[in-house]
Design a protein around this ligand. Structure first.
Ligand code: HEC
Length: 455
């Protein structure tokens, strides 16, 4: 079913989803799981070694951490729902139907996460002495709940890449425990701990006013911990890449080679090897307990890991093109079965909302609708990945030919869905658009029913 179309202005749909989702990953993984783990560890060390300094570090670091988790973390998480429900309703609707129970359980888990982190925070001073051990357990309990959230969401995310047998057998179990699930879960837990260790080193070297000797000890302790998840990141990233189909692997290179990398691949290696060296130097500085050097290196090191996380998420989201769910739905949210129907019978006669909103639609309105449904998830008019640029210099006939081959031109682009007549209508619309003969009210909006087309 097609929904009335809305596109995020200028930067387009994919980027606005990415911006919110990647920030959410930094917080949900790096702060909620990673940073809290490091804090509970400090609390545990304080309790076990009867070391007041560790206890103080834990108590001071938990304050901003709780605010970030319950504030920005929760809001960006809900934001993913708002944004995707607004921009890609067929996609999110289908996913909800397949994964209703995992999501239902996840919402409950999330509720308990919020309860536990608040109880953990507010009972800090009351649960001292004999109850301290329970308090530490509560802290680790929170980390376990956070990891359970990661478990539940990863099944759904991994499915979007390796749906495996689901399109044929519709088994929820097989869909959830799909081929790239376990490796991705291990990767997510690794990055959570790596980001957590970096965040706490950042906190200690900039904000914590404990004694110098303690800060040296704490920084070297967390640097030691950091080594393991960094190795884990590389190993599980490799493992994950091994679990995805070869066709998708081929898209990995173009997905990374954007920005300055596209102009010169040497920059790619400079960035990645340089990033590795910065991280190595940070660990070295921290291990020899040189806090001033660690302070200089911690910000670039954190940026390196955040960049690596964003890069992974980009590759993961990008390479499954032309599909949103392989074997079931294309990236433009048209189901594979719908594609066949639209090719045979046409998209317009089957567009329930469009037919009612614009019973007397002009040729341009029809063309705009076909464009929005077919290409609008990735191409804007006048913004990022502008369709005018993509077709600049082409004739209407040329556009018509290209419309029949979009899936061959760029391997992650879905085919055009519609009859031959609709293909002509859309070519006409695009030709007018490229030649600036259409007066669209705003570059990214399409003519609405009331507005009437311009000819
Ligand atoms: C899944 C996202 C996606 C969808 C859907 C999509 N495109 Fe694209 N398209 C892209 C990307 C990304 C590029 C840029 C490729 C590059 O820079 O190499 C592109 C490039 C193009 C190009 C230029 C290709 C070239 O080699 O010069 C054309 C033409 C094009 N798209 C037309 C369309 C049309 C028409 C539709 C709708 C039928 C469509 N695209 C749907 C993502 C998409």
């Amino acid at each position: 079913m097609q929904f009335p179309y809305f596109q995020f202005p200028v930067i387009g749909d994919p980027l606005i989803i990415e911006l919110d989702a990647v920030l959410h990953v930094f917080i949900s993984h790096g702060v909620a799981i990673g940073m809290v783990f490091m804090i509970v560890l400090a609390e545990y060390l304080g309790y076990k070694r009867k070391a007041e300094a560790w206890e103080r570090l834990a108590w001071e670091a938990i304050k901003p951490t709780v605010i970030i988790i319950t504030g920005i973390g929760a809001v960006t998480g809900v934001g993913i729902w708002f944004i995707t429900a607004g921009l890609v309703p067929p996609a999110i609707g289908s996913m909800l139907r397949v994964f209703f129970w995992p999501w239902f359980i996840e919402w409950n888990v999330f509720f308990w996460e919020v309860v536990v982190i608040l109880v953990y925070y507010f009972t800090w001073h009351r649960w001292q002495g004999a109850r301290k051990a329970s308090h530490v357990h509560l802290g680790f309990g929170y980390v376990a709940l956070g990891s359970l959230s990661a478990f539940l969401i990863t099944g759904i995310l991994a499915f979007m890449l390796t749906s495996d047998g689901w399109p044929h057998n519709r088994s929820l179990w097989l869909a959830f425990f799909n081929p790239s699930f376990l490796s991705q879960l291990c990767w997510r837990l690794s990055i959570a701990l790596a980001m957590g260790a970096l965040f706490i080193i950042l906190y200690i070297s900039f904000f914590h006013d404990g004694a110098k000797a303690f800060r040296q000890q704490a920084v070297s302790y967390y640097a030691m911990i950091l080594i393991l998840p960094l190795i884990g990141m590389i190993a599980t990233g490799w493992w994950w890449f091994d679990t995805i189909p070869p066709g998708f692997k081929a898209h990995a290179k173009p997905s990374i080679l954007i920005w300055v990398f596209a102009e010169n691949i040497r920059w790619f290696w400079v960035f990645h090897i340089g990033g590795g060296i910065i991280l190595g130097l940070l660990i070295l500085a921290a291990l020899i307990r040189n806090v001033p050097a660690a302070r200089v290196l911690i910000i670039p090191s954190t940026l390196v890991v955040l960049f690596a996380v964003a890069e992974y998420e980009r590759v993961r989201e990008f390479i499954r093109g032309p599909y949103l769910m392989p074997g079931y739905m294309y990236a433009n949210e048209i189901m594979l079965t719908e594609h066949e129907l639209f090719t045979k019978e046409g998209m317009l006669p089957n567009a329930y909302w469009f037919k009612r909103m614009a019973p007397t639609a002009t040729l341009e309105q029809e063309g705009a609708f076909l464009f929005a449904q077919n290409c609008g998830t990735c191409h804007t008019i006048g913004g990022k990945n502008d369709i005018r640029d993509r077709f600049a210099g082409r004739t209407e006939r040329g556009i018509y030919v290209i419309l029949g081959r979009t899936e061959q031109m760029v391997p992650w682009m879905p085919p055009f869905s519609g009859t031959d007549e609709e293909r002509s209508k859309m070519s006409h619309f695009l030709d007018q658009l490229v030649a600036h003969k259409l007066e669209l009210e705003e570059p990214s909006r399409y003519p609405s029913a009331e507005q009437g087309g311009t000819d």
